[in-house]
Design a protein around this ligand. Structure first.
Ligand code: ZN
Length: 193
């Protein structure tokens, strides 16, 4: 058993993430986040700060946008005709959408603005440009299986059951896609998160 956080370990962490002083995400020790260390499962600034820690260790970590969810890119914004959206889809500024292209690849976007003719979508991560402040505790470390290392993610947790990661080894493993909703909706490339 590895006793420090290192590559090819599955690490369980409890954490609180604050942005501008507000809690935006958290996981407690009873239901920690499990991730594969060294596989870009979490933001790089947090991953490198966890390297070498032992179970029970806590750390305050400040992550710059560059080492977090990226700097805000003004070019990552697109204006689409309103008619491309389903008529019955309510739009709201700040709402998150999943958008698929013709090949079935999904991207996440935030509605930045809209009027009767146009909708402005922002493909930047909602936390792009933000400094992240993590208070994190390592609550578990185990060796990853060969299969987990090959896939680049953790197996066997709730996440696998919920999102079907277990058998699905193509690259289409996006937690933001709600397949049930997608089935019900008319053939549209937009779905609401
Ligand atoms: Zn897998």
């Amino acid at each position: 058993m590895p006793d420090t956080v290192q590559n090819n370990c599955v690490v369980s962490i409890a954490y609180t993430l604050r942005v501008d002083g507000n809690v935006v995400d958290e996981a407690d020790a009873a239901e920690p986040l499990e991730y594969l260390h060294g596989a870009d499962n979490i933001v790089p600034g947090l991953e490198s700060a966890l390297e070498g820690l032992r179970v029970g260790e806590r750390k305050d970590v400040r992550v710059t946008p560059e080492e977090g969810y990226g700097v805000y890119d003004n070019d990552d914004v697109e204006v689409l005709p309103r008619r491309e959206f389903p008529d019955d889809m309510p739009l709201e500024v700040g709402m998150l959408l999943s958008i698929s292209d013709d090949d079935g690849y999904f991207a996440d976007a935030t509605v930045k603005a809209f009027n009767e003719r146009e909708v402005t979508l922002d493909y930047n991560h909602p936390l792009a440009g933000k400094e992240l402040h993590f208070n994190v505790e390592v609550v578990g470390i185990r060796e990853a299986t060969d299969e987990e290392i090959a896939h680049g993610h953790v197996h066997g947790g709730d996440i696998d059951d919920e999102f079907g990661w277990e058998d699905d080894d193509d690259e289409f493993e996006d937690e933001f896609v709600d397949e049930d909703e997608a089935d019900d909706s008319p053939p549209s490339r937009f779905s609401q998160n």
